[in-house]
Design a protein. Structure first.
Length: 237
């Protein structure tokens, strides 16, 4: 058993924990720390190398070869290159696909925020991972949703809510689905065709998108009424 070190401090993985914790895994080499200072614009050769290493990491993760996926990023770092969001996300996704969620958190801790900026898709990878448990680890899901907003200033998007509703659909969890639809309505997040496709898989959930669309329509009508009143008031001045 060897300590995994992805970036600066892979031992920090527990959400909300102040005490460092060490992750161990069989025979995984240490991944060196990446430079976090400003990086000059990448050359064409570096961009090509990034695309290739990202593809290899994805392929290895899909094939269950997580150790080799970590090694790809380690080798990339030893060559003096800085990973981008796609390469970092590919490694994060490889951890999730192989059900190594502690390691996924370590990868996030050491790469995202310090080396590359996360986005809503980055967090969807983690949400999908914790949602894949049986039953889903909703406490972890809620914790990462909160962290996404408070620590990184990223508001939940349609992509994020589709990920959450997919978990609800798979597990037939109507109560959680209603909770997320209510949040979408409160935040004015519009559903899309994928949202409708996800909830249509469960008869009990089919009315949720219609309810959400109705909420948003009512809110827009209220806003239009307010704007009309304001415009009428200005005309009287």
């Amino acid at each position: 058993m060897m300590r995994i070190c992805v970036g600066a401090s892979a031992s920090r993985v527990a959400v909300g924990s102040t005490a460092p914790r060490t992750i161990t895994a069989p025979a995984v080499r240490n991944v060196p720390r990446f430079v976090t200072s400003a990086v000059a614009e990448r050359s064409e050769a570096e961009n090509v190398a990034l695309v290739e290493v990202t593809k290899r990491i994805r392929d290895l993760g899909r094939d269950g070869k997580l150790k080799m996926a970590v090694g790809e990023l380690a080798q990339f770092a030893r060559l003096g290159f800085q990973p981008d969001a796609q390469a970092a996300s590919a490694l994060l996704d490889a951890c999730v696909k192989n059900k190594k969620m502690e390691m996924a958190e370590a990868v996030f801790q050491d790469l995202f925020g310090e080396v590359v900026e996360p986005d809503d898709v980055t967090f969807c990878i983690l949400l999908r991972g914790y949602g894949a448990s049986d039953p889903p680890k909703w406490e972890k899901v809620q914790s990462w949703l909160k962290r996404m907003e408070t620590d990184y200033g990223i508001k939940p998007t349609t992509v994020v809510y589709n990920t959450l509703l997919e978990i609800c659909s798979r597990t037939k969890d109507l109560e959680m689905a209603e909770t997320f639809v209510d949040r979408m309505a409160a935040q004015g997040v519009r559903p899309n065709e994928l949202t409708a496709a996800i909830v249509s898989k469960r008869r009990a959930m089919r009315g949720l998108v219609r309810r959400l669309e109705q909420y948003i329509e009512e809110e827009e009508e209220e806003q239009q009424a307010v704007q009309s009143d304001q415009a009428a008031s200005l005309m009287k001045l």
